[in-house]
Design a protein around this ligand. Structure first.
Ligand code: NAD
Ligand code: GLY
Length: 356
């Protein structure tokens, strides 16, 4: 896929494009067109700024651009960091027509999006994701927020961007471990919604790991198409959107128990998908295929050692919990997922004990 491709997240008057291509940052792409006022604040971090900040400023040419550079890491995905963005907006005299541009991975995107959702009760924002995980998942769909010591992403808001601009060239600089973490979310889409895509991933996993541009672009495009379709149908997660959390009830608990940033989000989701599949009780063949693909992607297929009571307590902070009842995303077969509170408690106990 060498040509630039555009997918639309269909949300009525809040619809927006996801533009995917090579050479977009620092090139001719006019991002300024998506900035309604004259002021924008690029929110980035200390790792990403030296790589892409100058380039994105070129795309915003004609606007009054300032930037704020956050410390790098999941442990800084906090209310305190959001507050530092508010301070910067206030001291710059930013008003309601200011735009925040999130330049970085999912951590920067979630923090910056949440700041945009709150500042003056909501200002525009733009997502420029630079990790595979952010390009295929976190930058799309408008979930923004930060962590609490007791649980992942507990504080947040739905706030859709004006545009998601994905320059696939940014992945050339991404460390291997981060690329693999992004593949976990790509595999998730195949497992929950598209068995043909899952089979394509099985055939192309080596090409993806070795960063073949065509393979990466295809994986990003299909992932964004699937996410756009699901978000368009259920923006606020009143139903089907919850399937996007496959593996996440276990995964978020792993991230919390291990300390934010120790296990990368994608790594925790990978082990979480294997655990959720075991709880699903599906055909052994499908279970084996999912485990094998995760393993081939260089991702963990088992959680770290966590006491089962501690694991369960961490899972009880999951946002899908209703009436004090855990709910899980399970799969019937590869390509088909559902959400249920009707799961085998004994089997869950065994799965958690095997982790402890
Ligand atoms: P991240 O944002 O921490 O980025 C990973 C690392 O790569 C960081 O060190 C970052 O500075 C660096 N980096 C970013 N782009 C780079 C590049 N092109 N080259 C070199 N280094 C680069 O991690 P992530 O995996 O992108 O995002 C994980 C976060 O996303 C988690 O907090 C998770 O909860 C969140 N998330 C949110 C949603 C959502 O719908 N909002 C969905 C999935 C995940
Ligand atoms: N990453 C889950 C969602 O966007 O709904």
């Amino acid at each position: 896929m060498s040509a630039t491709r555009t997918i639309t997240v269909e949300l009525g008057e809040r619809s927006y494009p996801i533009v995917i291509g090579s050479g977009l940052l620092g090139g001719d792409f006019n991002l300024a067109e998506y900035v309604s006022g004259s002021d924008c604040l690029v929110v980035t971090n200390e790792t990403v700024a030296p790589l892409f900040l100058d380039a994105v400023i070129v795309n915003l040419s004609g606007k009054n651009v300032e930037s704020i550079c956050l410390p790098d890491g999941e442990k800084f995905k906090t209310v305190a960091t959001v507050e530092s963005i508010f301070d910067r907006l206030v001291s710059a005299g930013a008003n309601r027509d200011a735009t925040i541009v999130a330049l970085g991975g999912g951590v920067v995107g979630d923090i910056a999006g949440f700041a945009a959702a709150c500042y003056m009760r909501g200002i525009n924002f733009i997502q420029v994701p630079t990790t595979l995980l952010a390009q295929v998942d976190s930058a799309v769909g408008g979930k923004t927020g930060v962590n609490h010591a007791k649980g992942k992403n507990l504080i947040g808001a739905f706030h859709q961007p004006q545009i998601v601009l994905i320059d696939t060239d940014t992945l050339e600089r991404l460390p291997d471990r981060e690329l693999k973490a992004g593949l976990a979310e790509v595999i998730k889409y195949g497992a929950i919604a598209d068995v043909e895509f899952f089979a394509w991933l099985e055939d192309n996993i080596e090409a993806l790991i070795s960063r073949e541009p065509e393979a990466l672009a295809t994986a990003i495009l299909r992932s964004c198409e699937l996410k756009a379709e699901i978000v368009s149908a259920d923006e606020r997660e009143t139903g089907r959107r919850a399937i996007l959390n496959f593996g996440h009830t276990f995964g978020h608990a792993i991230e919390n128990c291990e300390g934010y940033g120790e296990w990368l989000h994608g790594e925790a989701v990978a082990a979480g998908m294997v655990m959720a599949t075991a709880l699903s009780g599906i055909a052994v063949d499908d279970e084996d295929r999912l485990r094998a693909l995760i393993e081939q992607a260089g991702l963990p297929v088992a959680p770290p050692h966590i006491d089962s009571d501690k694991f369960l307590t961490a899972m009880s902070m999951d946002k899908k919990v209703t009436n004090n009842q855990l709910r899980f995303v399970l799969i019937n077969e590869l390509g088909s997922a559902f959400v249920t509170s009707n799961y085998d408690e004994e089997l869950l106990g065994q799965i958690l004990k095997s982790a402890g």
